[in-house]
Design a binder for this molecule. Structure first.
Ligand SMILES: [Zn+2]
Length: 271
């Protein structure tokens, strides 16, 4: 492949694409959330001068945030009639339960004490440290959701089509103190026939379990809706330990070996 050395490569942090004259698709991408308050811990809730980290902490009230929060990353789709779908890390983390997680890490006590040290010992709310989220995007009031028996058009999605626009964005990631990974990301693919979005939450707790929450969105030109399929999958390590370990780190591969615990399909009408 030839590389043109004369053109300086600037970091791309936003890109947009107009699809079929109907949809404006744009993403923003930037650095991760700073781990320290930039106002010397003097931030005030709802104050316009509040630093980004404190805004996150005030809004989420989680005892701690994932190691990497890509706070500026988002993907936004706007239809010409005003319907809007967005994917962002704040809303994804807002769906993390602040109750006790039922998953135990292999060396849970060690884990717990290291986390307790990191946070203030007082008033630690038990919360889901796996950051499990069932986030399925953020919609404005021009989007109407309706349950459906329709199925994703896998045949259409498998067809080889020209890719007009593609992007893959991380929303947050945490390595669970080297016990595995929890990661949330969104990717979009635009083709002449429509677009496809995969929003995914992937959790691997080494020696314990693998969990995936995936939301697939498929829009086909001519429809007045986007088909959305949400699926939760899970398997205990015990039941998948016969598989080659390389599969554990490849979400698209391991997905087939997990048990579906929840599946829900909806049409998102936008006019
Ligand atoms: Zn602050």
């Amino acid at each position: 492949m030839e590389i043109d050395h004369d053109i300086p490569r600037l970091p791309v942090d936003t890109e947009s694409y107009k699809f079929n004259g109907d949809w404006d698709i744009v993403y923003h991408k930037s650095h991760i959330l700073k781990s320290m308050c930039t106002n010397n811990h003097k931030c005030i809730k709802d104050d316009p001068g509040c630093c980004e980290l404190c805004c996150y902490e005030f809004k989420l009230e989680l005892p701690h945030l994932p190691e990497m929060v890509f706070s500026k990353n988002n993907l936004v789709l706007t239809h010409k009639n005003g319907a809007r779908i967005e994917f962002n890390p704040l809303d994804a983390l807002a769906r993390v339960k602040n109750g006790k997680s039922s998953i135990r890490v292999a060396c849970a006590d060690e884990w717990k004490s290291s986390r307790d040290d990191a946070a203030n010992m007082q008033e630690i709310k038990p919360f889901d440290w796996s950051f499990t989220t069932d986030y399925q995007g953020t919609y404005n009031d021009k989007i109407r959701c309706e349950d459906t028996d329709a199925k994703l058009n896998i045949f259409k999605l498998m067809q080889k089509e020209r890719i007009l626009f593609y992007h893959d964005l991380s929303l947050f990631e945490d390595e669970l103190h080297d016990h595995g990974i929890a990661a949330c990301s969104v990717k979009i693919r635009v083709m002449p026939s429509g677009f496809f979005i995969l929003l995914s939450y992937f959790l691997r707790v080494d020696g314990v379990l693998i969990r995936m929450n995936g939301t697939r969105f498929h829009y086909e030109i001519g429809n007045n809706y986007i088909l959305k399929e949400y699926t939760s999958r899970e398997a205990k390590f015990e039941s998948i330990k016969h598989l080659p370990p390389a599969i554990y780190t490849t979400p698209s591969e391991i997905e087939k070996h997990l048990t579906i615990t929840l599946k829900k399909t909806q049409k998102l009408f936008f006019d």
